[in-house]
Design a protein around this ligand. Structure first.
Ligand code: F6P
Length: 372
């Protein structure tokens, strides 16, 4: 149903944030809510992602609820990266004997019973793929691409990525003096799942010597060659900064996993520590490692992410107003466009670092090693 001003009851727009949180979510919520209020619509916030549509946990948002939140990290709606309506643990199942149930029909029923006319789903590939499946079951959906990983197709960038890169670059900047003072190798592990955008961009901006990304399986000897090369002519020992994406792996090697729980996305982590130990063993250099972890998801969004989030939120409401559903708003500079959700996230599609991109070529031109 295309919303018009003539409907007797105000049009009721629902919004949810799904998946891992990311700086800029509140900027999207604020922009969408304010644009919708200006059209005379009601705006409802669904709590904790799709879980709120299963449990009917949602509340009406008022202008005061979205005041003063543009600069806040997190999400005022809460989120969850564990609940898919298509795969919910069956009620009453004994622990360890949980079967998965498809409760999507219940979600569609609840959505209609709550009187919602459309849903703005703000999330990454997981949330948007669920959105796509729910759209085909009758929920009018517009998606907004969120993730610090920047791994969504059809948008040149997702909001949250710029903030994560800024945080990672700041960390690398802080590692430099201590690495140099001790002549050590510092290895920092960054997020990004199967995409190396955070590691690549912050590594280049932070002046890293080695950057290891999932898109380029690495050879530890090549990494050590780079470190030895930097030693030459430095009798007191010389420092190196190695940036490792959590999804990077050695040639012929496996992903480093923290956990692999059934039915859930694997939790990556540990490759930085392993790389550091191998470097120390092979070069004899004193080496330290750290994992930046969820710091990359926290804090206030950068100006870029606030603006992009605001543009996405407002554009999503325009798409709802036009009845242009099963779409995702996307940045294709200089404009925000709408692309079919199916093209953006259908068939499990995600985006990786293009190896012929100018950032990659510039990094190689500068002598940064990718361990290949
Ligand atoms: O997708 C965002 C992200 O931060 C990834 O970079 C990371 O692998 C994952 O989420 C961590 O998820 P969780 O918060 O569940 O540990």
């Amino acid at each position: 149903m295309k919303p018009t001003r003539r409907t007797r009851k105000p049009f009721r727009l629902a919004m949810l944030t799904g998946g891992g949180d990311c700086p800029g979510l509140n900027a999207v919520i604020r922009a969408a809510a304010r644009s919708a209020f200006a059209l005379g619509w009601e705006v409802w916030g669904i709590e904790h992602g799709f879980e709120g549509l299963l449990t009917k946990r949602a509340h009406k948002l008022h202008p005061k609820d979205v005041r003063g939140i543009i600069h806040l990290g997190g999400t005022i709606l809460g989120t969850s990266n564990r609940v898919s309506p298509f795969r919910v643990e069956r009620r009453g199942a004994a622990p360890g004997q949980a079967e998965d149930a498809d409760r999507s029909a219940e979600v569609v029923r609840n959505f209609k019973a709550m009187g919602f006319g459309a849903l703005i789903a703000i999330g990454g590939d997981g949330t948007l793929s669920i959105g796509l499946r729910l759209a085909t079951k009758g929920i009018p959906i517009v998606g907004v691409p969120k993730t610090i990983d920047n791994d969504i197709e059809q948008t040149s960038v997702t909001f949250g990525f710029d903030t994560a890169v800024a945080t990672a670059t700041d960390a690398i900047d802080k590692l430099h003096p201590t690495a140099e003072a001790h002549g050590r190798v510092m290895v920092v592990e960054l997020m990004g799942r199967n995409a190396g955008f955070i590691a690549l961009n912050s590594g280049v901006a932070g002046g890293a010597d080695v950057i290891l990304i999932p898109e380029i399986p690495f050879d530890l000897e090549r990494v050590c060659d780079k470190i030895r090369e930097r030693e030459k002519g430095h009798r007191g020992g010389y420092f190196s900064i190695v940036v490792v994406a959590e999804g990077a792996r050695a040639k012929g090697g496996k992903l480093h996993l923290r956990s692999l729980d059934e039915g859930e996305a694997p939790r990556l982590g540990g490759v930085g520590q392993w790389v550091a130990e191998e470097i120390a063993k092979r070069t004899g250099k004193e080496t330290r490692s750290l994992v930046l972890g969820h710091l990359q998801r926290g804090g206030p969004p950068t100006t870029f992410d606030r603006l992009l989030g605001t543009r996405f939120g407002a554009a999503a409401v325009r798409a709802v107003k036009d009845g242009d559903f099963e779409t995702m708003v996307a940045l294709q500079p200089p404009t925000i466009v709408r692309v079919p959700l199916k093209i953006a996230v259908g068939d499990g599609r995600t985006k990786c670092v293009p190896l012929d991109s100018d950032v990659m070529m510039s990094a190689r031109g500068l002598g940064i090693s990718f361990g290949d």
